[in-house]
Design a protein around this ligand. Structure first.
Ligand code: TXA
Ligand code: MG
Length: 318
């Protein structure tokens, strides 16, 4: 178990910063997490910018208790048993997302499922209680680096990008949580981790299917576990003019002229703002019934890579 006690004032400041949309790294029993208010799309976009991830993959939302988790995900009898047995602890459950959950679509990468867990670490618990909101947190390392298991690792990898690092000493497991999907009565292992498959199978008395680790770049089809939102409308990239019957997804201070429905991802050409608005904007333009969505060019620097990756997959369609 961790040996470093964090002062109440430190936890309170970290919670305040999270509520203000800043990034806070915090210890869990598995690895350090790079946390942001999961209900704030702009804050979640800052996670992707800080990590330098080339695509938006779905993040785990952390909450203080099973009761809090119920507000965001739909739990069946099997999920309830798993939560009762392993929470707080190193198990992440992927469940259908509850309609009305305020978790941002960027945190779930536009999926209709949600990864959620209750960490078992006194600092994480105190922080989540103080924030009173779900906290999205991938491992606190730069993309492609190994997961951070000490506050020093976090500082080396991400120091300048985070408002605060809570130092809880070395993490107990040093290995990420097990990720298990429970959807329509099927239990699928998405990532092996600190809780073993044998322990889970013994508890639920049911064999676990071995799922493909969710690859956000893989094409998806209806019925597949991780079905990403794909617009019904055709998506046309790098548009330099808007055609009749098209909706416009604009970017920057000079949106293309159009009579049709239009949303600007960011007048100020701010990629963090654009990432935060991306999923909701695609849905809103799709809902206008336009046959096609014309997308203005978006620079491929920083977060622009992840935005363009997502748009390219939307353009390929279902
Ligand atoms: O131990 C951990 O789980 C750490 C600490 C900080 O809690 N967090 C962590 O987060 O490892 P991250 O983002 O590095 O890994 C999240 C995993 C990814 O493999 C992702 O694909 C999967 O969870 N995941 C998240 N949401 C999902 C969803 N809706 N469907 C399927 N897989 C999902
Ligand atoms: Mg990771």
């Amino acid at each position: 178990m961790p040996t470093v006690a964090l002062a109440d004032a430190t936890i309170a400041e970290a919670a305040e910063r999270l509520r203000a949309g800043e990034l806070v790294a915090f210890p869990t029993e598995t690895v350090y997490g790079l946390g942001a208010d999961a209900t704030n799309g702009t804050a979640v976009a800052r996670i992707f910018a800080a990590k330098g991830r080339p695509e938006f993959n779905p993040l785990i939302s952390h909450v203080d208790s099973t009761l809090s988790a119920h507000a965001h995900g739909i739990f069946d009898a099997v999920t309830e048993r798993l939560a009762a047995a392993f929470w707080p602890g190193p198990l992440t459950l992927v469940v259908p997302r509850r309609a009305g959950s305020p978790i941002s679509e960027l945190a779930t990468a536009g999926l209709d499922t949600l990864a959620i867990r209750v960490p078992d670490h006194p600092a994480a618990q105190a922080l989540l209680k103080a924030v009173g909101r779900p906290v999205a947190a991938p491992s606190a390392n730069r993309s492609g680096h190994v997961s951070a298991t000490t506050a020093d690792h976090v500082a080396t990898d991400l120091g300048a990008a985070v408002a605060m690092i809570l130092d809880g000493g070395a993490t107990a497991h040093g290995l990420e949580s097990t990720v298990l999907a429970v959807i329509d009565g099927r239990v699928t292992l998405l990532r092996p981790g600190a809780v073993t498959v044998e322990t889970i199978e013994a508890l639920i008395g049911q064999a676990i299917e071995r799922g493909r680790h969710v690859d956000p770049t893989a094409p998806t089809s209806p019925g597949q576990l991780a079905s990403h939102y794909a617009p019904r409308a055709r998506v046309r990239l790098d548009a330099v003019a808007v055609e009749a019957g098209e909706a416009l997804l604009a970017f920057g201070p000079m949106p293309l002229p159009t009579q049709g429905p239009a949303i600007n991802l960011s007048h100020a050409s701010d990629l963090i703002e654009a990432a935060a608005k991306l999923f909701a904007s695609l849905r809103a333009l799709d809902a206008t019934g336009a046959r096609s969505i014309a997308v203005m060019p978006i620079p491929s620097s920083g977060l622009g890579n992840a935005i363009n990756d997502r748009l390219r997959r939307a353009a390929v369609g279902r």
